[in-house]
Every structure is written in structure tokens, then in C-alpha cells.
Design a binder for this molecule. Structure first.
Ligand code: PHE
Length: 472
């Protein structure tokens, strides 16, 4: 190691950074849509159980591995569990790399829609505009997509370049409060809309008739994605935590905030959709549609969102901020691995990693018609079917592979490492000390991490292999 490792300056700084990693497009883009697809209610309840029973214990496991070793993911697993476990760390780095390569493209769309809605705020919404067409046109415009994702990648690199304290923590301290403020404003506004009752009932009234095995597994898969688990992001962030901080308390705060934000975002979006009576269109346009096709237009429709013209650009600022605080954690996983393992300086490592990831971002940016080789990229035959579910384009394949394969397998390995290969003393001394809150029970945690969590994740993987369930 050539440079002094940074540390968070305070416990609040760490919690904001980790919460920023967790809150992202998963909360604003994926969760509302899968809740919609699975008819809300019962699905939300199952999701909450997965978060509490699987997500929370694994969050603690990742943070404790990081803090114990003070190393990034590969070094941390090697030291905490044994040299062979470095391979699991490498798998995590590869996952961070792959996820980052396409995440910045979606993040770029938020910049585009910020620009569009800001323009409409000033110049008025052009009558007869089809948002479906606006979306398709912008995503098929290769030059535009490259520009947007490059802008977002540069922003990400610029934060990570300055390190844990002066980059990541500083930006999280600045952006997360803004994000909470915007969300609160939108949430309060949603209660002035006529569709809010219907939206709340859809989200919170369970009807178990609608629930099938696939939905349960989808809820479990999403709990990994949304909490940034399964690839070492939390191991890496955990490696900068000081000894005085309670990992148990921090994990609880991060998990609760991430969950509350996902639910609040869903209430806001569904309220707008129900108020406008746009349920059918949303079902047709899919995940992308809810955030980038249905919503922008509804902000400008008369009599739906009070102050909508002003709130629309703010909403896309929210999406961009949430995405940035996640992309910086993804790049940190990759960069800190290069820094720790190869003794490269932070500046050089960040630029090299950011640049290399961007090569693949080019493929992701051109995946929507921007260039036919990228759009039609595919892996034929049974391998393609098993690992990519026959998906085409770098974007489609990477998203499928990360959500269905990389996060669950990485998560399973980390869980087994913490539950079966680390000694009881090692994990207990990280979790239990004078800072530990009274509600925490180490024996229960150990039971969850040794049996329940691995069993649940193994079920996902089996479901993917044998039943063709798709979590992306
Ligand atoms: N948790 C982020 C989200 O919800 C995604 C993410 C996964 C970020 C893994 C970092 C690591 O969007």
C-alpha cells in the first residue's frame, strides 16, 4: 500500500455515504415497477420480510468484514476468511464493473429528462408531444447517449478521484439532504392529489391471491440490488469505518432509510398515475416507461400535480443525485481494489478504472438502436439462454447477468464466508460491544446468516437455473 487509507470523518458521514449507495435507480426505477407488476400489497409485504430477514443480516456481515480487515473487497475476503476467497472478491469487482457500465446510461436519461422538463417549464409543454417517441428517439440517438453517459461517468470519476473523505463523503453529505428535501416536497404534494388514496391502497393492502413463487423470488433478488449487497460495495465502505461506530446501528439505519425511500417514491409515482388514470399505459411501457415516459408528461398535464411544471425538473434532479451516490460506490469498489492490491495511487487508479469501465459504457449507450452491433449483441445457444435469458445488447445482457447471477452468487458466497468460515469470535467482536443497541441478538444474527440467508439465496439461484425466473 503506497497511500494512507482514508476513513470516514464521522459516523453520520459514513451513514450518508452508504445510504447514498443503497438509494439509487433500484429505488426509483426498479422497485416501483416491480411493485406495479406484482400488484403491490402482498408483494410489498414479502419484500419487507426479505429486507429484514436477509438484507439486514447480510448488510451487517459485509460491513463487519470490511471493518475488521480495513481492506477493499479482495484483500478483505482473503484476510477475513482465507486466500482462496480472493476469487469471490474478484467476482465482486467484476460485478461492480459490469453494473457501472450500464447504470450510467440510465443515469444519463435522468440528465436528458431534466433538460427536457426544465425546457418545458420555461417554454411550456408542446401540445401533442408523444413521450413514448421522445424517449425512443433519445435512446436511439447514439451520439446523445454517449454524451449523456460520458457526462455522468466524468461526474462519478471526479468524486472518487478525491477519495473517501474529500470526494465520496463530501458529496454524500451535500446531496443526500437535497434528495430527502425534494422527496419530501413531492410526497407532501402527492397528498393533495385525488389518486393518493387509491395509490396507498394498491401499495399497502395485501391480497395474497396475486402472489406466486416468482414474485417472492423477485422480492428477494431486488433486496440485494437495492441494498448494494452481494458484490462488496458494503465491504469496501465498511473498510473505512472506525472502531467506535456500531455496525449494527449503522446497518439498521441504512436499511430502514433505503426501504422508506423506496416506498415514498412508489407512493409518489402511483399517486400521479392513479390521479391521471394512466394505469393501462404504465403496464404497457414497462420499467423504463414509468419513470421516463408516463411521469414526465403527467407533471405537465392540467389538474394533476399541483406545481407540476416546477416539480418535474426537480424530480429528475432527484433521480440524478440518487444515481450518482450509487455510481460512486460502484467505482470505489473497482478503484479501491486496484489501489490496495497493486499499490497504484488513487488518482491514477480512478482515472484508469473509470476509463476502462467507459469502454463498456459505450456498448451500453449504443444498446438502444444507437449502433446495430451493440444493439444486436448476443450470446447464442444454451449458454446465452442460461446466463442471459436470450437477451440482446450489452445493456440487456449485463443487466440480466448482474441481477440474476452475479449478485445472488456473490451474496451467497459472502454469507457463507461470514457464517461458516469466519470464527464466532471474529464476527461477535465486530458486532457486539458497548455501542451495540439493546434489540440486537448475536445468536439470532448467526442463525440467520448461517442458515436462513444462504437457504433463501440458494433458492433464487435454483429458481433461475431450473425454472427460468428472471429478476432483471
Ligand atoms: N443500490 C443501488 C440501487 O438501488 C444499486 C447498487 C448495487 C449500487 C450495488 C452499488 C452496488 O440503485
Amino acid at each position: 500500500m503506497t497511500e494512507q487509507r482514508g476513513n470516514w470523518t464521522s459516523s453520520a458521514g459514513f451513514i450518508l455515504a452508504a445510504t447514498g449507495s443503497a438509494i439509487g435507480l433500484g429505488n426509483l426505477w426498479k422497485f416501483p415497477f416491480i411493485t406495479w407488476e406484482n400488484d403491490g400489497g402482498a408483494f410489498v409485504l414479502v419484500y419487507l420480510v426479505c429486507i429484514a430477514a436477509v438484507g439486514l443480516p447480510i448488510m451487517m456481515a459485509e460491513l463487519l468484514i470490511g471493518r475488521r480487515t480495513q481492506k477493499s473487497v479482495v484483500g478483505a475476503l482473503k484476510e477475513a476468511v482465507g486466500p482462496a476467497w480472493g476469487i469471490v472478491g474478484l467476482w465482486g469487482v467484476l460485478c461492480g464493473f459490469t453494473l457501472l457500465s450500464y447504470y450510467t446510461v440510465i443515469a444519463g436519461w435522468s440528465l436528458f429528462f431534466f433538460g427536457k422538463t426544465a425546457g418545458w417549464m420555461v417554454g411550456g409543454f408542446p401540445e401533442g408531444t408523444s413521450l413514448g417517441e421522445v424517449f425512443t428517439e433519445q435512446s436511439a440517438n447514439g451520439g446523445l447517449q454517449l454524451g449523456l453517459s460520458l457526462a455522468f461517468s466524468i461526474a462519478t470519476v471526479s468524486v472518487v478521484y478525491f477519495g473517501v473523505q474529500k470526494g465520496i463523503e463530501k458529496i454524500a453529505r451535500l446531496f443526500l439532504p437535497i434528495l430527502f428535501a425534494i422527496l419530501t416536497l413531492l410526497f407532501v404534494t402527492s397528498f393533495a392529489m385525488s389518486g393518493s388514496g387509491e395509490a396507498l391502497a394498491f401499495i399497502f393492502r395485501p391480497s395474497f391471491g396475486e402472489l406466486d413463487g416468482g414474485s417472492v423470488l423477485e422480492a428477494l433478488g431486488h433486496s440485494f440490488f437495492t441494498l448494494s449487497l452481494g458484490m462488496g460495495a458494503m465491504i469496501t465502505y465498511g473498510s473505512y469505518i472506525s472502531r467506535e461506530q456500531s455496525i449494527v446501528k449503522a446497518s439498521a439505519v441504512i436499511v430502514v432509510l433505503d426501504t422508506v425511500i423506496a416506498l415514498v417514491a412508489t407512493v409518489i409515482m402511483f399517486t400521479v398515475i392513479f390521479t391521471a388514470g394512466m394505469q393501462d399505459q404504465v403496464s404497457e411501457t414497462g420499467t423504463v416507461g414509468m419513470l421516463f415516459i408516463s411521469l414526465p408528461q403527467l407533471f405537465f398535464a392540467e389538474g394533476i400535480v399541483p406545481g407540476g411544471t416546477f416539480l418535474a425538473p426537480l424530480f429528475y434532479v432527484l433521480v440524478a443525485l440518487a444515481a450518482l451516490t450509487s455510481t460512486m460506490s460502484l467505482l470505489e469498489v473497482v478503484a479501491s481494489f486496484v489501489i490496495d492490491e497493486y499499490g497504484v495511487g488513487r488518482h491514477k487508479a480512478t482515472l484508469a478504472c473509470g476509463g476502462t469501465v467507459f469502454v463498456f459504457t459505450i456498448l451500453a449507450a449504443l444498446s438502444f438502436g444507437g449502433a446495430s452491433f451493440a444493439t444486436n449483441l448476443s450470446v447464442p445457444g444454451p449458454i446465452g439462454d442460461l446466463f442471459f435469458a436470450g437477451k440482446t445488447s450489452w445493456f440487456g445482457m449485463a443487466d440480466h447477468f448482474v441481477s440474476n447471477w452475479m449478485l445472488p452468487t456473490g451474496g451467497l458466497a459472502i454469507t457463507i464466508a461470514a457464517g461458516w468460515f469466519m470464527t464466532r469470535d471474529a464476527s461477535e467482536s465486530e458486532l457486539v460491544d458497548e455501542t451495540t443497541p439493546g434489540w440486537f441478538n448475536y445468536g439470532a444474527w448467526r442463525l440467520f446468516i448461517r442458515f436462513l440467508a444462504p437457504a433463501a439465496i440458494a433458492t433464487i439461484i435454483i429458481a433461475v437455473i431450473f425454472f427460468g425466473v428472471d429478476f432483471s
